[in-house]
Design a protein around this ligand. Structure first.
Ligand SMILES: Cc1cc2nc3c(=O)[nH]c(=O)nc-3n(C[C@H](O)[C@H](O)[C@H](O)COP(=O)(O)OP(=O)(O)OC[C@H]3O[C@@H](n4cnc5c(N)ncnc54)[C@H](O)[C@@H]3O)c2cc1C
Length: 381
């Protein structure tokens, strides 16, 4: 495993320029960022968190968060694709599936991109409760699911998919499967035209009579909920917090740059030097980002030390960072005035991109409810 500083300098010189060069077009045209994902593949980032024995870099959450944040500063759509890929990869890595080794080797060799297909039309943002039900048919399982949002829909090679367990009694009795692209019955069922993260192709997908062998089962039968909560959720929460921080930092940098260079010629000063209110906005942005970063760092430290207090941190990191990104991008829009509104700056893209995290499950509303339950000593579910 390379030291983080070395990894970051490779990302800075090899990956970031491509993402920055593509980000505007990806957003304008709502294009899945093929060139940027190709760069991620070429730089070995798809295998970042895969153990070395399967050809990966064996990195942990701290490296993942730092890299994901840097990607998000350059292109939030690409960072979200990467986040979903790593979450899918972690589910595969922690599974007992016979397909595990082959899939991990393919991902580490940059031959496969993964994603999550959890959210369903019926249970909406309550992804932990799929309303679909898998059926057993001789040696295979038959999946019929309506997935409402799947990042990289139509582009991923591995869809880590939830479905109600065979013979399950409640929606929480679910199972996770590895569904490969090209599986009969798996299809994109709508277009993606989000107001932000316009490149990430988070379109709906349908699984209609998809036959999946038992060796493609990632969780134990009926244990999908456990795997979602214990394996996928922590990576998603930390990665989502990193994406929000990256978007916020990009908005902050753009706001500082604009307000320091745009001039009020009649006063002979820049916006930032002439107007105390603009300086106060910059200050609030900086403080919000630093506070969210501090929370994320503390959470990572708690996870690394195996602290019992890590749960509230894991739940809170996404909520704190996504709300900070909303606040920071709103401040940036106001500080930069009509120039931002008229799309002369990147700020308005960051403003739109930042809105996704708070409605991505678990949404900020749901996280507040979970955290409230946790601190009050109540069961989360
Ligand atoms: C850009 C993007 C990418 C995505 N990518 C993926 C993906 O790759 N894979 C995947 O599985 N899903 C993905 N999703 C889906 C996402 O995780 C959510 O499931 C989806 O955004 C929920 O939208 P909805 O309209 O169904 O929300 P609804 O469930 O209808 O929620 C509506 C509102 O109700 C609030 N709410 C819901 N429950 C509660 C509660 N208990 N207490 C308080 N408030 C509540 C919510 O916070 C929200 O504000 C993606 C979504 C987006 C926007």
């Amino acid at each position: 495993m390379q030291p983080l500083t070395q990894l970051m300098s490779q990302v800075e010189s090899n990956v970031v320029p491509i993402l920055e060069g593509e980000a505007r077009r990806v957003d304008l045209e709502g294009l899945w960022p093929a060139a940027s994902v190709k760069t991620l593949k070429e730089s070995g980032l798809l295998g970042l968190t895969i153990p070395a024995e399967f050809g990966g870099s064996g990195a942990g959450m701290r490296e993942f968060a730092a890299i994901t944040e840097r990607l998000a500063r350059a292109c939030a759509s690409t960072a979200m694709i990467y986040l979903m890929h790593v979450c899918g990869t972690q589910a595969i890595a922690m599974s007992g599936s016979l397909k595990r080794e082959g899939a991990l080797k393919k991902i580490a060799a940059a031959e496969a991109l993964a994603t999550l297909a959890f959210s369903e039309r019926g249970s909406r943002s309550h992804f932990w409760a799929p309303v679909s039900r898998a059926q057993r048919n001789a040696s295979v399982v038959v999946l019929n699911c309506e997935k409402s949002f799947v990042t990289s829909a139509g582009y991923a090679d591995y869809y880590v998919t939830s479905a109600g367990a065979v013979d399950g009694k409640t929606p929480a009795d679910s199972t996770l499967y590895l569904v490969e692209s090209g599986t009969n019955g798996l299809q994109v069922s709508g277009a993606w035209n989000g107001i932000g993260l316009r490149g990430n192709s988070s379109a709906p997908m349908i699984l209609r009579d998809c036959h999946v062998g038992q060796d493609f089962r990632l969780s134990l039968e009926g244990q999908g909920f456990k795997m979602m909560m214990e394996v996928v959720l922590p990576w998603f929460q930390i990665g989502s917090a990193a994406v929000s921080l990256g978007i916020g930092e990009a908005a902050f940098a753009s706001a500082v740059q604009h307000t320091s260079s745009a001039r009020l010629e009649h006063l002979g000063e820049s916006l930032a030097s002439a107007i105390p209110g603009i300086r106060a906005r910059l200050a609030r942005m900086r403080l919000a980002l630093d506070a969210a970063r501090g929370f994320l760092d503390q959470t990572l430290a708690r996870i690394e030390s195996g602290s019992e207090t890590a749960l509230v941190g894991v739940l809170g990191a996404k909520a704190v960072a996504s709300e900070a990104a909303l606040e920071v991008t709103d401040e940036a829009m106001r500080a930069c005035g009509g120039a931002a509104f008229a799309r002369q700056l990147t700020v308005e893209r960051h403003f739109r991109d930042a809105r996704a995290a708070s409605v991505m499950a678990p949404t900020t509303d749901v996280l507040y409810d979970f955290i409230g339950k946790a601190v009050a000593g109540l069961p989360l579910f």
